[in-house]
Write a protein that binds this ligand. Sequence first.
Ligand code: PLP
Length: 387
Amino acid sequence: MVSRTWAEVSQILASGDVKGKLSKHDLPTPCLIVDLDGLEANLLKMASYLRGQGRAFRPHAKSHKCAEIARMCVAAGAVGACTAKIGEAEALAALGVGGLLITTPMVGRYRVERAVALAASRPETIFVADDLGNLADLNLAAGVAGVRLRVAVDLNVTNRTGVMPGSSAVGFVEKLVGMPHLEFAGIQAYAGHCAHIYGFAERKKGSEEAMGLAVETRALLSKAGIRCDWLSGGSTGTYNIDSHIDGITELQPGSFLFMDIDYNRIGGADGNAFYSDFVNTLFVLTTVYSKPTADLAIVDAGFKAIATDKPFPAEARAYPGSLFAFSGDEHGRFFLENSARKVALGDRVEFIVPHCDPSVNLYDRMFGVRGDSVEAVWTVDARGRVE
Ligand SMILES: Cc1ncc(COP(=O)(O)O)c(C=O)c1O
């Protein structure tokens, strides 16, 4: 593909019609690129696995925050999308994504009012709650607005939000089912502390213990005469554990679409230390824009381009032995002493990020690429929607 002038690149980007017209080497950096072949393969793998296990699939959109990707997931068989917050849900709903589950509680007047407004246009939306006062607020607001809110009990299986499993949860749900403007949707149980346990056997043990509490709670509800047809949880690290546990009806993994270094390290069911169930598809594309010495290159990506919440650095794709270190807001040091492959000024280097979700949240858009060819530009629609 011929190299384009910036005037051509910006005009093609502005038109939105990019397919086959741009090479990734034309893109201004730093930018996020997504390998479409890998993304499609990851999605197909997860969707077919869960279908084979007879579980519903509601991938978490907190990783990608992008309506286009949420729609791809639905086309692959997902029942909808999870979002972390009301702001994310509103952004995706406005772009036609349905079947939303908001996985954190709607506490605070603005959240309650916005939840009710969302339910008015998207009555299938599921909200979660863990507090009786909050249930009363939701019930009151729903009654005033004339809507019926679908509310699941958020079960605390990870020492974060949620009602404690067992009799506390049953007592909570008994109150919920008595509220005229709320409909009991089921149980949400996210065992986040298990997702990244290193080693499959340990992870399996942890997740079976945590999710076992949710399954037991479901059985207790049934004993109390309360029908509970829906139990949702799970993650990229535990999809092949939780989907084998009787009583879990739906999985909500998110990171499997992109993957990141954090997930690469957890180890697979095959016994390998590298978790290879899903391929890395998300990269920060950078340019070498200074070259102080033969073995040190400075790339144009620092704290503002790659999230820094993990204790390990970004890793360059296809430069074994190289090392990345943040060098301030705008720059990264790229050490090549131990890499057989060197770089020249202007070269492009792609980095796998330590943690995909907060890295995506740094960008307005991502570029879908196949090989070198740019095929799509996707807006990160819920970027910054953390409220
Ligand atoms: C409630 C909830 N469900 C599901 C997920 C998806 O987990 P993962 O991205 O590890 O697949 C997350 C991620 O943080 C989450 O908070």
